[in-house]
Design a protein. Structure first.
Length: 153
């Protein structure tokens, strides 16, 4: 639907790992005066999400080594994406690599501390790590978790 001027067929432009979809209309003066439906998306985030989804599938199948490889690929694609960092930390914790898990958890908390706190407070994968004071600080916990009490529903 043309709002003003000459209609523009939708076009996809990709530059520096960013995709732009432009459609709408413009005035013939040359400059783009009106654009409808401009969308921007990160290709690296999409790649990270694909690797993260594969990692979650491997995790659910019980293949922690494959899950860790996929989470590492997600981090390589988008180093600041919290979900990839957090899931890699969980997999490292389950693989008995606590220092690596804490380092990844710290990076995730730098990117989005509130999300890490919500995800990590009752996550069974991080149960052993929550006994550490530095991890409790990252998760916003003030005291050690109680033993043998299930988390609230």
């Amino acid at each position: 639907m043309t709002l003003a001027g000459v209609p523009v067929a939708p076009e996809l432009w990709i530059a520096r790992n960013v995709a732009w979809l432009v459609s709408g209309s413009f005035l013939e003066s040359g400059a783009l005066h009106r654009a409808v439906g401009v969308r921007r998306g990160s290709l690296t985030r999409g790649e990270a999400r694909l690797h993260n989804a594969h990692g979650l599938a491997d995790y659910a199948a019980g293949d922690l080594d494959a899950a860790r490889r996929e989470f590492d690929r997600a981090i390589a694609a988008d180093p600041g994406w919290v979900d990839g960092l957090y899931n890699a930390a969980s997999a490292a914790a389950l693989s008995d690599k606590p220092e690596e898990a804490v380092a990844l958890l710290r990076r995730a908390a730098e990117a989005d501390p509130a999300r890490v706190q919500v995800l990590g407070r009752n996550d069974e994968d991080l149960k052993v790590l929550r006994k550490r004071a530095d991890v409790r600080a990252l998760l916003g916990l003030h005291r050690p978790p109680p033993e043998n009490i299930p988390p609230p529903p």
